[in-house]
Ligand binder design. Structure first.
Ligand code: FAD
Length: 420
């Protein structure tokens, strides 16, 4: 058995799946997996991590894939399979290192609001494509979370942005941005382009007052802190970012009044889809490691996997991977086919996708815990690469508003709750 035997809904896999999937798998096996054990010590410098990113993003050209053809991109944003093929890419990268997967995925994240149908903003695509069309890796960041609380900002359906404290004021034909964000993936000096969630009227819950504004990271008044040292996810740098009278052109707003809020709702669905793909990717690698360990190690002269107590756990872990991949690809299809499932940012779709992601995250966290029980001290031994995934995937369970927001959004939809 190989990881490719696990369920995927074959009838709606992208035509690009085989080619792109195998290119990324080869990159992961040659450029990431042999070195990933040393990533933890490289969290600040990214000396070992950077060459692998360069190959993926610049040499293979993936950082241009969402942009339309007319600005030099691959035009994936026009496809009916944008999310489905992204899922495969994120999963393949996540199998090797979920932090690399999030750094890569977040580069797409704010760009979905200007490159993916029906939101293509060709003027902004022309403006930012040259930044990405280079032989150096180029990253984006999406700055939502603020010191007073990230979950409230992501709870856009209920709070509609009224807790956002980062302000954007139109002065002539320029936005002037002031505020403080925490945690965005690819900060700490990595990202070249920032998508910043702002309010144009403090305390307002009018969707017209929510603004998603692009800010090149070198703009005067943008200051980034050093990267945080985390429990894991060393290939993703996160830090504080301050905006002090930062001025950008008025047309750097993603879609305009009302539409920015809609794009932000869609961003939640994209983010949960990516998180699910990172998790199932890590679970695929968990299966591979367990297969080897439980086939080679023996107990009472039999391979470990031939013992009842171990086999029961292995069956559950493999079964969870089988189920979670189906759910994960279902999320991708819900994003790709709003004509069938409803708008990507609709309450129904966000609630279901948050619910699916929480389910996958819980299975992943439980299954890595069970694997640690099976491997015993080998699980804690860095040589087996389990404890690294174990630390990384716990973080995926907690980000994007945490478990509670996933549960609240599911309850809101299924039980028609009014106040949470
Ligand atoms: C590796 C990593 C990458 C990240 N990437 C990004 C990024 O790219 N962009 C970005 O903007 N942020 C990013 N974040 C931040 C992350 O999304 C936030 O930490 C998360 O949304 C929670 O926000 P918070 O930390 O402010 O916690 P809070 O919002 O203060 O919540 C604290 C706790 O209270 C719970 N809670 C909140 N509200 C309620 C409620 N009403 N009822 C019950 N419980 C509640 C939460 O679930 C959580 O457990 C990242 C974080 C990490 C660790």
């Amino acid at each position: 058995m190989t990881i490719d035997e696990f369920s995927r809904p074959e009838e709606y896999i992208s035509p690009l799946d085989k080619h792109l999937g195998s290119v990324i798998r080869q990159w992961a096996e040659e450029d990431v997996m042999p070195y990933r054990r040393r990533f933890d010590e490289d969290w600040k410098e990214h000396k070992i991590i950077e060459p692998a990113f360069k190959k993926l993003m610049a040499d293979l050209g993936l950082q241009m894939c969402l942009f339309p053809e007319e600005v030099g991109g691959w035009g994936l944003g026009h496809s009916n399979y944008t999310a489905t093929i992204s899922y495969r890419m994120f999963e393949e990268i996540g199998r090797a290192d979920t932090a690399m997967a999030v750094a890569f995925g977040v580069t797409f994240w704010p760009l979905t609001t200007i490159t993916v149908e029906p939101h293509v903003n060709i003027r902004l695509c022309k403006e930012f494509a040259p930044m990405f069309n280079t032989d150096k890796p180029c990253f984006s960041a999406l700055a939502m979370t603020e010191p007073q609380g990230g979950a409230d900002i992501e709870n856009i359906d209920l709070l509609k942005g009224r807790t956002i404290q980062t302000t954007a004021v139109l002065d002539g034909d320029e936005w002037v941005i002031n505020g403080h964000k925490l945690w965005p993936t690819n900060t700490g000096g990595v990202a070249d382009l920032l998508g910043v969630a702002c309010t144009t009227r403090s305390g307002s819950d009018d969707p017209n007052d929510f603004a998603l504004i692009f800010v090149p990271s070198t703009t005067k008044g943008v200051t980034q802190g050093g990267p945080y040292e985390k429990a894991g996810m060393a290939a993703d740098k996160n830090s504080d970012i301050w905006f002090e009278d930062v001025r950008v052109p008025g047309w750097y707003r993603a879609a305009g009044p009302g539409d920015d809020a809609r794009c932000f709702e869609e961003i939640i669905s994209w983010g949960q889809m990516g998180s699910s793909a990172f998790l199932t990717g890590a679970m695929m690698n968990l299966y591979e490691i367990l297969y080897k360990f439980c086939s080679e190690k023996t107990y009472n002269k039999k391979p470990l996997k031939e013992n009842d107590a171990i086999a029961a756990l292995l069956g559950r872990i493999a079964g969870d991977l089988d189920i979670c991949r189906v759910i994960g690809y279902q999320i991708a299809r819900m994003i790709d086919r709003p004509d069938i499932y409803g708008g990507r940012g609709s309450r129904q779709v966000i609630s279901k996708i948050r619910n699916f992601k929480e389910f996958i995250a819980d299975r992943a966290v439980e299954d890595f815990g069970k694997a640690m029980d099976i491997l015993g001290f080998y699980g804690a031994d860095r040589a087996w690469d389990i404890e690294k995934h174990w630390r990384d995937i716990k973080i995926i369970q907690l980000w994007m508003g945490g478990k509670q927001l996933c549960q609240m959004e599911a309850a809101r939809y299924f039980f028609d709750c009014k106040s949470l």
